[in-house]
Design a protein around this ligand. Structure first.
Ligand code: GRF
Length: 207
């Protein structure tokens, strides 16, 4: 299976997934890393590991139409798009062309703390302010509305009273690294089933 990874930031999830490929535990090929920020950690990692970097941003493609076309063109050959901290809105046409073929990871237990404006440390601050006793991460399919696609997999972590927002972030990121590659693996092994209404049944066990 060929995957395209989209990232804008540090790229720790991208790194975690790619490490599993290097370890021989995940049998997929990363066709490219697409980024809107050519200087981000994810792009640097890709360069170091000989993974093609596709840089598409509002600087390289100021018109939204050509931007959208460039993103679509880049994805023609891949079977799955893996969003790993990608901070730009996806072209509608990409979402329409890749039903159940774009996945995202969100650093909270959706549908809580998701949607517009919930990204980065804001998510953990909101969870902290609400006094949650558990947080976690959600891996879900991407549809046209932020953070509302069908949930594939979730993992939780207990939050203590002493945990600060940064601590919540650290605990959740650890879960993300532990589970994202396993979901990619499960998809590559066709271990997902869909009900008629679109709900996802996940048939894999995580290690
Ligand atoms: C992660 O917290 C992920 O849940 C969110 O963006 C962040 C990306 O972090 N979608 P990194 O760049 O993979 O370190």
């Amino acid at each position: 299976m060929k995957i395209g990874v989209f990232a804008s930031g540090g790229g720790s999830n991208f790194t975690a997934i790619h490490s599993k490929i290097l370890e021989g535990l995940l049998n997929v090929e990363v066709s490219f890393l697409l980024t809107n920020n050519s200087k981000c950690g994810a792009a640097e990692y890709a360069h170091h590991h000989g993974i093609p970097v596709v840089h598409i941003s509002s600087k390289t493609h100021p018109e939204s139409e050509t931007y959208d076309q460039a993103v679509l063109q880049a994805c023609l050959e891949v079977d799955l798009i893996v969003l790993a901290g990608f901070m730009k809105k996806l072209p509608d046409q990409l979402i329409a062309n890749f039903p159940n073929k774009i996945i995202n990871i969100h650093p909270a237990l959706l549908p809580s703390f998701g949607g517009h404006g919930f990204y980065g440390s804001r998510v953990h601050q909101a969870a902290y302010d609400a006094g949650v006793k558990f947080s976690g991460m959600t891996i879900h399919f991407v549809n046209e509305v932020y953070d509302t696609g069908q949930i594939i997999y979730q993992a939780t972590t207990p939050i203590t009273f002493e945990d600060q927002p940064e601590d919540i972030g650290t605990k959740v990121l650890r879960l993300e690294h532990q589970h994202y590659w396993q979901v990619v693996k499960s998809i590559s092994e066709s271990k997902l089933q869909f009900s008629e209404s679109g709900r996802v049944q996940y048939l894999a066990e995580h290690i």
